[in-house]
Design a protein around this ligand. Sequence first.
Ligand SMILES: Cc1cc2nc3c(=O)[nH]c(=O)nc-3n(C[C@H](O)[C@H](O)[C@H](O)COP(=O)(O)OP(=O)(O)OC[C@H]3O[C@@H](n4cnc5c(N)ncnc54)[C@H](O)[C@@H]3O)c2cc1C
Length: 352
Amino acid sequence: MKSDADIIVVGGGPAGSAAAIHARQSGLTVIVIEADGQPRRRPGETLHSGAASILEQLGVREAFEHAIGGRYGSIQVEWSTARSSDRGSIPLAAASGFHIFRDKLDAVLIERAETLSADVRRPCRALRPIVRDQEVVGVETDSGPLEAPFVIDASGNGNWFRKSYPSRVDVLSPRLLARYGYCRVDDLRDFGSPSIKGDQSGWQWIARVSDDTLAWVSLALPGASARPVKPTALAALADVSPTRGADVTWKRADAYSGPGFFLVGDAAFQLDPAAGHGILRAMMSGIMATYQAAAAIKGRVGPDEAAQLYRGWMAEWWRRDTSALTEMYLRLDATWDRSSSTREHHQSEAGA
Ligand SMILES: Cc1cc2nc3c(=O)[nH]c(=O)nc-3n(C[C@H](O)[C@H](O)[C@H](O)COP(=O)(O)OP(=O)(O)OC[C@H]3O[C@@H](n4cnc5c(N)ncnc54)[C@H](O)[C@@H]3O)c2cc1C
């Protein structure tokens, strides 16, 4: 079989770039296909404290420190339920959380992959996987076909993979819609730490992104009468961009890996932003998938075992994240359906 590289990665966000960097660090050849010509702004500007060691491992810590818009050392939490009201602060060791615009983070990561001689092709769009004898052997792109022993889907929630591969995405929460936006701020004193406020109608998150910009995200719980809106604490601040919406319903691919492929980051599963570490999970799953692909290419494990090890690792991550979120939502809203995240096929979006 002709191969254009050891691995083809679709998507140059945090998951795809981390996969590509780790591939090069492991001595593998890699092609990254990214649909956007340049990194662009998108939500996900608050990085969990665990990100520092992953960024170090990827060799971007110094470039990242130059690109950040600030650090935080705690998160302010305010929870009001029908029975009680709690207010407190979750401290982090040594101001270890970060704020960064996504175009800057994505640029730092993809430039590192390019420095390590990953073949980054942008703009280039993956159209469908090339499947032979039920094994994924490459990607049909808008610039022609590419073949490799492994394809890593890091395309976020676009789900291009399902267009030809008979897989399915399970929908495992009620429909959740987040609204988000950005405001200009002159005085950051009231917004030194990120904050989350929740009650029976939903939650609101506020965090700085840079010295003069705040990001907010708001989510209404199913059945709440109010729509998610800009937090009142920011009402007097000028908007930097129009309010946008994102469908953040919990979704999971029925197979995180299989013959010739791995799904990483949001392409594997998407949770709502209250999970708090989508970027960290994206980078770590990119590294883990490449680690398993490299082990299979170098003959340390069989391809089936590599795929199975990855699936088990991601399944455990899903279980932990969804049980933490479920506990949180049950506290706010006693009617939240505890069973939905563990139900096998709550509702399926069937693939082609
Ligand atoms: C409102 C909101 C707020 C959030 N806040 C946070 C936060 O504060 N902290 C946090 O950790 N997480 C946050 N998240 C979650 C976080 O944004 C995601 O988990 C993260 O972006 C997933 O990274 P990824 O690399 O998997 O996908 P993405 O970041 O979506 O990257 C996918 C890439 O693939 C490319 N692509 C897509 N389709 C194709 C194709 N067919 N061909 C080629 N390229 C393609 C896209 O252009 C993109 O560059 C938030 C999410 C939302 C919706």
